[in-house]
Design a protein around this ligand. Structure first.
Ligand SMILES: [Zn+2]
Length: 280
């Protein structure tokens, strides 16, 4: 068990590196499309090409790319131009490693029984996309479709496979999934339509399709929305009181939703049971 957790931790670290590269290259591409810059070249394709320093564009060697370790050894500076490298890079790598190992260790059901391994793998695959979306939204207030759609595809394929192969009442499962989508995505669709896109972006509606599919449970989806507002409030209150942000200033809602969805996927059953115990 510990060995699997360690392997998943290592895999997570590497995929965290991938998330950093993906987010950065995607943003460079979109910038390039806007400005029609000539610097846009093949080296910025999302899946191929060598990693380069965002500042001096020096091609990085493998020893510059070891997750977390390289950043620590270089004391957060580029080896070639000495420009500080954002703490985002090791933080995202570490977060992905912890999500991978933690999801396995704290998975709510026995992993090797009743197709739970399928749900766990689906979640792990989707969590890579979700972390990329969270980082992108935090930095640029946008949930790019280029990440949304593959993540949604992974989540939906896993859910369909689980329903057809392991769910004893597939129709019931399908109904719960649909109801879950209605809450996780429908609420944002109503808010988006009602405010004509002023309060939230359509990206949040699409994100709801992913979280609603991963949870596939209306109760958990509802709890996720509540939890996201709670996390949002806790995070925003200190900066509000310092006067850094006003209530009208732009705020990405995606990261809160993604964090809440992750908590509900792993701890949803325990949280709901605890809550039901409180009110009954
Ligand atoms: Zn550099």
């Amino acid at each position: 068990m510990l060995v699997i957790a360690l392997v998943l931790f290592g895999l997570g670290l590497a995929l965290g590196s991938f998330v950093n590269a993906l987010v950065w290259r995607l943003h460079e591409q979109q910038k390039g499309q806007k400005t029609r810059a000539k610097t846009q070249s093949k080296e910025l394709s999302i899946l191929n090409g060598r990693s380069i320093c965002p500042n001096c564009r020096h091609v990085l060697a493998w020893y510059d790319l070891v997750p977390v370790i390289s950043w620590l050894l270089l004391r957060g500076k580029c080896r070639y131009c000495k420009k500080p490298i954002s703490i985002q890079y090791p933080a995202v790598e570490l977060a992905m490693g912890l999500i991978f190992a933690g999801s396995y260790l704290f998975w709510p059901s026995t992993v090797h029984l009743n197709g739970q391994w399928l749900l766990l793998s689906t979640w792990l695959a989707a969590s890579v996309g979700l972390l990329a979306l969270a980082v992108y939204d935090l930095r640029w207030f946008l949930l790019p479709n280029t990440i949304i759609y593959p993540t949604l595809l992974a989540a939906a394929t896993g859910r369909l496979a689980y329903l057809s192969a392991f769910e004893k009442r597939p129709l019931h499962g399908l109904f719960l999934w649909a109801f879950s989508l209605l809450i996780a995505s429908g609420v944002f669709f109503v808010l988006f339509t009602y405010s004509k896109g002023k309060w939230i972006g359509f990206g949040d509606v699409r994100l709801g399709l992913i979280t609603g599919t991963l949870l596939a449970d209306p109760q958990k989806s509802l709890a996720m929305l509540f939890l996201a507002s709670l996390i949002g409030t806790v995070v925003i209150l200190p900066s509000l009181s310092k006067g850094n942000k006003t209530l009208t200033s732009k705020l990405p809602y995606g990261p809160f939703l993604i964090a809440a969805a992750a908590i509900m996927v792993i701890f949803g059953d325990s949280l709901l049971n605890w809550y039901k115990g409180l009110i009954l």
